[in-house]
Design a protein around this ligand. Structure first.
Ligand code: UDP
Length: 423
C-alpha cells in the first residue's frame, strides 16, 4: 500500500508511552487498550521490516532495555522517582523524560525517522523531543479530556485542566493528530479547533491469528462454565467510565425471562483513582440484586487468554459512557461473539446494529435486557449475528493499520504536508 515509489525507506520509529509501560499486562491499573495498541502496532511494523523503540518512564530498578522481539525494544527512561507515581505528579517529569530519550539516542547512536507519541503526556514530551531530533511528531490522543468530561459517569472525577491545556498545546505542536474514528476526527476539529489538514483517521486493528472463532464448548470446559448456560461477558478495566452497572442491572432484568441459567463473566481489574471504589460499588450492586451466584469476577487475564473467554460467551457487553474505539468489542467480534454496546465512539463503528449485535442509545437496563433476551433466546438469530460479527471484524487488522501509519510516516519524512498523503 506504499504509494510513493521514491519515498525514503522508513527504518526506525521512536514510540513514547510515558505513563503506562507496554510491558504491563493490560486489564488493570493504567494498562489497557493503549498498551495493546502500542505493542500490536510495533509487532505489525516489525513484519514490515521496521524497528521500533518504545520509551516509557522507569518505575523501578532493573533492566533499562527489554527486547520484545528482533526489532521491538522497550526502553525505560529515568524521569523522576523510579516508582509508580500518582497521575497528577507525572507531568512534572516530562522534560526529563524527553531529555533522557534524546540522551539514549545520542549514546546508542540510533536515529529515528519519526516520533509517535501516545496519550497527552507523551505528546508533550514528544513535541520537545521531535523538535530536538529534527523529525516529525505523530500524536495519538487515545481519549480526549473534553469528551470524557462531557460524558462523565456519575461520581467520576473530571479530567484536569492540566490535561485539557496539554491536549490543546498538542493541537498546535504535533505534525499530525491521529483520530481512531471519524467521530474522533470531528471531536478534534469541533472541541479542540484542530486544523483539518493535520488530522488523520486511522482505525486500530485486531490480530486475527489470535482472535478468531473457535470451539465454544471447549472454551466453556476450559473455564468451567456450563455448556447450557447463557453467558454474558465483560472485558476491560473496571472504572466508572466503563459503566458496568448498566450490564449488571440488565442481567438482573433478563434473568427471569430466560429459559436457562445465566453466567456473567467479568474479566479485568480496578483501574485509576476511582477503580477500587467502582469495583466495590459493582460488587455491592451484584449482591443487592441477588446475582452473586451468577457473576464471576475473574480479575485481569493475560491478553493471550482472552480468545477463550470471547469464544465461551454468547454476548460481550460494553456499556462505556464514552469510548475512543473499544478494542474488546472488535476482539469479541473477530471471535464471532455478538456485542451489545452503548452507541458511543468507536463502538458505533464496530457493532452493526441489529446484525452483529445491538447498539443502545440510552442507558436503560430494561431496553438492554430486551436486546439480551432477543439474542440469547434464538439460536438461529445468534448464528447470523455471530457470522456478521466476524465479517465486521475482518475489516480491521493491525497489518492494515500499520501500513497506513508507514505511508503517513514516509510522507512526513519526505517533508510532504500531511494532506498530500493519500492514507
Ligand atoms: N484486556 C486484557 N486483559 C484483561 C482485560 C482487558 O488483555 O483482563 C485487554 C483487552 O483484550 C483489550 C484491552 O485490554 O485489548 C482493552 O481495550 P479497550 O479499548 O476495550 O478499553 P481501554 O482499556 O482502551 O479503555
Amino acid at each position: 500500500m506504499r504509494t510513493y515509489d521514491d519515498a525514503p525507506m522508513l527504518t526506525r520509529v521512536a514510540v513514547l508511552a510515558y505513563h503506562s509501560s507496554p510491558l504491563a499486562e493490560p486489564g488493570s491499573g493504567d494498562a489497557g487498550g493503549m498498551t495493546v495498541y502500542v505493542r500490536q502496532l510495533a509487532e505489525a511494523h516489525e513484519r514490515m521490516g521496521i524497528y521500533t523503540d518504545i520509551f516509557t518512564r522507569a518505575t523501578g530498578p532493573g533492566g533499562a532495555i527489554v527486547s520484545l522481539s528482533d526489532k521491538v525494544r522497550v526502553i525505560s527512561i529515568q524521569a523522576g522517582p523510579a516508582r509508580a507515581l500518582p497521575k497528577e505528579q507525572l507531568p512534572e517529569y516530562l522534560e526529563d523524560f524527553a531529555i533522557g530519550v534524546r540522551a539514549f539516542s545520542t549514546m546508542q547512536r540510533v536515529t529515528y525517522d519519526v516520533v509517535h507519541s501516545h496519550y497527552w503526556q507523551s505528546g508533550i514530551a514528544g513535541a520537545s523531543l521531535a523538535r530536538a531530533l529534527g523529525v516529525p511528531l505523530v500524536h495519538s490522543q487515545h481519549t480526549l479530556g473534553r469528551v470524557k468530561n462531557t460524558f462523565l459517569a456519575p461520581g467520576d472525577a473530571p479530567e484536569s485542566q492540566a490535561r485539557l491545556d496539554g491536549e490543546h498545546r498538542l493541537i498546535d505542536e504535533a505534525d499530525v493528530l491521529i483520530a481512531s474514528t471519524d467521530e474522533e476526527w470531528s471531536q478534534l476539529s469541533c472541541l479542540y479547533g484542530a486544523p483539518h489538514d493535520r488530522i488523520k483517521t486511522i482505525h486500530p486493528g485486531v490480530d486475527h491469528h489470535v482472535f478468531h472463532p473457535g470451539d465454544r464448548l471447549q472454551a466453556r470446559a476450559e473455564l468451567g462454565v456450563s455448556p447450557d448456560d447463557a453467558v454474558m461477558l465483560y472485558v476491560g478495566r473496571i472504572q466508572p467510565l466503563k459503566g458496568l452497572d448498566l450490564a449488571v442491572r440488565a442481567a438482573y432484568e433478563v434473568l427471569p425471562a430466560l429459559d436457562r441459567d445465566l453466567t456473567f463473566l467479568m474479566v479485568g481489574g480496578a483501574s485509576g483513582s476511582s477503580g477500587e471504589r467502582e469495583l466495590d460499588r459493582i460488587v455491592k450492586l451484584i449482591e443487592s440484586l441477588g446475582l452473586r451466584d451468577h457473576v464471576r469476577l475473574v480479575g485481569s487475564e493475560p491478553h493471550r487468554r482472552l480468545p477463550t473467554y470471547y469464544r465461551a460467551a454468547d454476548v460481550l457487553t460494553v456499556c462505556s459512557h464514552s469510548e475512543s474505539f473499544g478494542l474488546a468489542a472488535i476482539e469479541a467480534s473477530a471471535c464471532g461473539t455478538p456485542v451489545i454496546a452503548t452507541a458511543v465512539g468507536g463502538l458505533s463503528y464496530i457493532v452493526r446494529d441489529g446484525r452483529s449485535g445491538f447498539l443502545l442509545n440510552e442507558r436503560d437496563p430494561v431496553a438492554f435486557a430486551s436486546r439480551l433476551k432477543t439474542l440469547l433466546s434464538d439460536q438461529t438469530l445468534w448464528r447470523e449475528f455471530s457470522l456478521s460479527a466476524s465479517g465486521a471484524a475482518s475489516l480491521f487488522s493491525w497489518d492494515v493499520t500499520a501500513s497506513t501509519f508507514v505511508e503517513l510516516y514516509e510522507c512526513l519524512a519526505r517533508d510532504l504536508a500531511p494532506e498530500a498523503c493519500t492514507c
